[in-house]
Design a protein around this ligand. Structure first.
Ligand code: MG
Length: 181
């Protein structure tokens, strides 16, 4: 049997970003959460910095794969295409399921402890669009999406915090740079 070619990175990246868009989440929605999490620690932080960090996090394969898996399951549950009992568990966002959180957390782990603690905070306090997704069950299934958005925001927050420290050590200020990739 011929060995299959791996899926091209650009294709995975495009599919993950399209999936988010299709589910009504913009990068700006996520950047707003990042700003909320980070502005008290960083004077001069702008929405542009936050948006840029969200964009960079979405370039990571771990995050792209998590998005593709989670969003696919939400969409299949909406179409009632899963087998029972998984259909009911995902459709009703069963409290003890926990796999939605596990997949999202897995994608945050590469961003270190700030990512993990921020993810926990967002999971508990449902900041910004996460709250809308969490309470919007009548308009669709978002069992995985709320956690995935939390994961992107947490990863982008952690990434920013570390980048800003690196800049400070080089004697640079946040306001010196438009973007800090
Ligand atoms: Mg969930």
């Amino acid at each position: 049997m011929d060995k299959k070619q791996p899926v091209k990175s650009a294709e995975v990246s495009k599919a993950a970003r399209e999936a988010l868009e299709r589910r009504g989440v913009t990068l700006m929605d996520i950047a707003e959460i990042v700003y909320e999490m980070q502005y008290t620690y960083n004077e001069g932080l702008t929405m542009e910095h936050c948006l840029d960090s969200v964009d960079q996090v979405l370039c990571k394969r771990e995050m792209q794969y998590a998005l593709l898996v989670g969003i696919e399951l939400d969409e299949l549950a909406e179409k009632k295409m899963l087998s029972q009992p998984l259909q009911q568990i995902i459709e009703t966002d069963e409290g003890l399921f926990g796999i939605d959180e596990t997949i999202a957390l897995g994608a945050v782990l590469t961003y270190g402890s700030i990512g993990v603690t921020t993810y926990g905070h967002l999971d508990k306090h449902k900041v910004g669009i996460i709250n809308q997704l969490d309470t919007k069950t009548a308009n669709g299934v978002h069992t995985f999406l709320d956690d995935l958005v939390g994961a992107i925001a947490a990863a982008a927050s952690s990434r920013l915090a570390h980048r800003i420290r690196d800049m400070e050590e080089k004697g640079m200020k946040l306001s010196d740079e438009k973007t800090i990739c």
